[in-house]
Design a protein around this ligand. Structure first.
Ligand code: PLP
Length: 379
């Protein structure tokens, strides 16, 4: 059965080149990169080539890229490592209410360990206002963690303002950004962005699951989270996942020109918004400045999960929020100030380079049918 996949923020279909790179590394580069003999050296060369390719895309040094098992691990490493490093200088951490659970749960843990966590509230579009960032970052702030793109509504945050606020407050804080939904989808120039730490993951850009990285700016020197054999220059112990790293490289190599693709996605996003609003049953919860890979909508009066399964039966895959939220009402939309009716009927539509306008047309036809066939809920 042909299907329409509109859940690309949960994960993407691995691209041909990524699969080829993964398979060939599994077969031909199975040596341990730490081994001193030829098989090890060849495997090490492979992962360093991948590191180089990622660094080129981000305008940073390849030594600043540290492979992790996923975006979640990169976020944990960044937050725990930076907090442990900064503890002698202060205990204040600034973040937001709308981070991914891999950040929010780690912040909770840090709070239990005595850190003070400030969680900034977004506006209706999911954006943290600059004034809030400037007033929250103080001299004794040791860590600022603000995601680059939100996974539920696509809101883009102003990291340059956060970097400037740290400087203006004469704060020793390290600046971390969770760029899992941004990497490979919007231009990121680390020589200009001003962050010290950045997390990303391969499976959001048509690479394999189980591989991510943490960018650590030279000199940031956070404490390692995973300790052991000292791989990744002591920052992340554990034998490197050579095939997955090579698969990540394949996904990066297969990326189209990021700026051109962004223009294409914006055209698709604008079309989607316009067609959604032409109906009298769909409302749009994402702001116009959102990254045009994600659009959050509501079909008020119908439960998200019921809609999701109705669409699934028609061969259309969407999400009822973030994949990790597993059906619970979205805390992101709540933080943005949406009412219960909107939240309970929200769907996240997320695009990849493979989607077309006809996917949106099919989605709208199916949603119309849902409003005709499904019982309105009491919400
Ligand atoms: N951060 C954001 C914003 C995400 O959307 C996700 C995954 O959905 C993650 C982190 C976690 O990434 P991973 O699935 O690689 O652990």
């Amino acid at each position: 059965m042909q299907f329409i996949y509109l859940d690309n923020s949960a994960t993407t279909k691995p691209c041909e080149l990524s699969v080829l790179h993964t398979q060939s590394a599994l077969k031909d580069y199975w040596g341990n990169p730490s081994s001193l003999h030829r098989l090890g050296v060849e495997a090490e060369e492979k992962i360093n080539n991948s590191r180089q390719k990622i660094a080129e895309l981000l305008h940073c040094r390849s030594e600043e890229i540290f492979f992790t098992s996923c975006g979640t691990e990169a976020n944990n490493t960044a937050l725990l490592g930076a907090a442990l490093k900064g503890i002698k200088r202060g205990k204040r951490i600034v973040s937001t209410e709308i981070e991914h659970p891999s950040v929010l749960e780690t912040l909770k843990k840090l709070e239990q360990d005595g850190f003070e966590v400030i969680r900034l509230k977004p506006d209706e579009n999911g954006v943290i206002e600059n004034e809030a960032i400037y007033s929250a970052i103080t001299k004794d702030t040791i860590l600022v963690s603000i995601m680059l793109v939100n996974n539920e509504n696509g809101a883009i945050q102003n990291l340059t303002a956060a970097a400037d606020a740290i400087k203006k407050a004469s704060s020793p804080a390290l600046l971390h950004t969770d760029a899992v939904q941004a990497f490979g989808k919007m231009p990121i120039n680390l020589s200009k962005l001003g962050v010290d730490l950045l997390s990303a993951s391969a499976h959001k850009i048509h690479g394999p699951k189980g591989i991510g990285f943490l960018y650590i700016k030279k000199g940031a020197n956070i404490k390692p989270y995973l300790t052991g054999g000292g791989q990744e220059k002591g920052m992340r112990s554990g034998t490197e996942a050579v095939p997955l790293i090579c698969g990540f490289e394949g996904a990066v190599k297969a990326l189209p020109n990021i700026e051109n693709q962004l223009k294409n996605q914006k055209e698709l996003w604008d079309y989607a918004k316009q067609e959604f609003l032409k109906t009298d049953f769909i409302t749009v919860n994402s702001g116009d400045e959102a990254l045009p890979y994600i659009i959050n909508i509501s079909v008020k009066g119908y439960h998200s999960e019921t809609l999701l399964h109705f669409l699934e039966a028609k061969g259309i895959f969407v999400s009822s929020g973030s994949a990790c939220a597993k059906g619970e009402g979205s805390y992101v939309l709540k933080a943005c100030g949406f009412d219960k009716k909107t939240i309970d009927s929200a769907l996240r539509i997320s695009f990849s380079r493979d989607n077309t306008k006809s996917d949106i047309d099919a989605l709208i036809i199916a949603l119309k049918e849902a409003t005709e066939k499904l019982q309105r809920s009491k919400i």
